[in-house]
Design a protein around this ligand. Structure first.
Ligand code: CP
Length: 301
């Protein structure tokens, strides 16, 4: 992992994923480890973010490094026409590591090819969100005591939801059964079905949430308004699935509800106090997991 970019979750082997999760547990037990006092990390967010940017910046602060960057690209020379290639070449002269979110699929891989320092993909369009996946895996392992042989229900926008795409690829190492629940318009893309078929991983597709009693993990997602070219299509599907407490009544004791957040309307706020709701703790786990990712890439652990 040392000095390697993290662009797609497929950049890490199963063993490397498990190593990050072990490191994250170490950081959770002891979160203030200033191992990077002489380092500078750039956070370049060309798209809005609350959790990813702030948990990365918390992780960087807890590791003792300093931060440069922007949370709004309108304050950068991108507005004057500077290309992503030139921006990355410049910033990689300044920082030891770059964390980047960008609206274009493939932008993180492209940036990693231009950069002198490792890139961590903090989300590239509808493609991948690998650091979210590692915190999702950490949350699943922490709540289930294992990653293997779980029934994973993924609900909502499975077409544009990059967290879903990264997570299903990572879970493919752990013998899962997937249940994909979405409106037909937002079904899981064909390329991910091919990925699962090639690995003999069973999956079921549905347009209803009728079989939640079989779930170990219920991974809810937001309908990604910003990725729709037709606003009317968004209006048609935006409230397709809304999780309510009554729907959790006959579910397994070990079930946990995860959501990468932000939530819009897809989980009733009354669910927040249900012991099966885990999404706010999940977001907290992001700090420890991102400390682990940075420490592994910088060769500090
Ligand atoms: N989960 C996630 O990516 O949240 P933000 O968009 O707030 O970073």
């Amino acid at each position: 992992m040392k000095n390697r970019s993290l662009v797609s979750i497929t950049d890490y082997s199963k063993e490397e994923i498990l190593r990050i999760l072990d490191l994250a547990a170490d950081f959770e037990a002891n979160p203030n480890q200033p191992l990077m006092r002489d380092k500078v990390v750039a956070t370049l967010f060309f798209e809005p973010s609350t959790r990813t940017r702030l948990s990365f910046e918390t992780a960087i602060n807890r590791l003792g490094a300093r931060i440069i960057g922007f949370s709004d690209s309108s304050s950068s020379s991108t507005t004057k026409g500077e290309t992503l290639k030139d921006t990355i070449k410049m910033v990689s002269n300044y920082a030891d590591l770059i964390v980047m979110r960008h609206p274009l699929e493939g932008s993180a891989r492209y940036a990693s090819e231009q950069s002198l320092v490792p890139i961590i993909n903090a989300g590239d369009g509808a493609n991948q969100h690998p650091s979210q996946t590692l915190l999702d895996l950490y949350s699943i392992k922490k709540t289930q005591g294992k990653l293997d042989n779980l029934n994973i229900f993924m609900v909502g926008d499975l077409k544009y939801g990059r967290t879903v795409h990264s997570l299903l690829m990572a879970l493919s190492h752990f013998n899962p059964v997937f249940h994909f629940v979405s409106p037909v318009e937002l079904a899981i893309p064909q390329e991910y079905k091919i990925f699962l078929n090639e690995r003999d991983i069973p999956f079921f597709e549905s347009t209803t949430m009728d079989e939640l009693d079989q779930a170990d993990i219920l991974y809810m997602t937001r309908v990604q308004k910003e990725r729709f070219s037709d606003p009317m299509e968004y209006e048609r599907v935006k409230n397709a699935f809304v999780l309510k407490n009554k729907m959790l009544k006959n579910t397994r004791d070990n079930l946990k509800v995860l959501h990468p957040l932000p939530r819009v309307n897809e989980i009733d706020v009354k669910v927040d106090s249900n012991p099966k709701a885990y999404y706010f703790q999940q977001a907290k786990n992001g700090v420890y997991t991102r400390m682990a990712i940075i420490a592994a890439i910088m060769g500090l652990k």
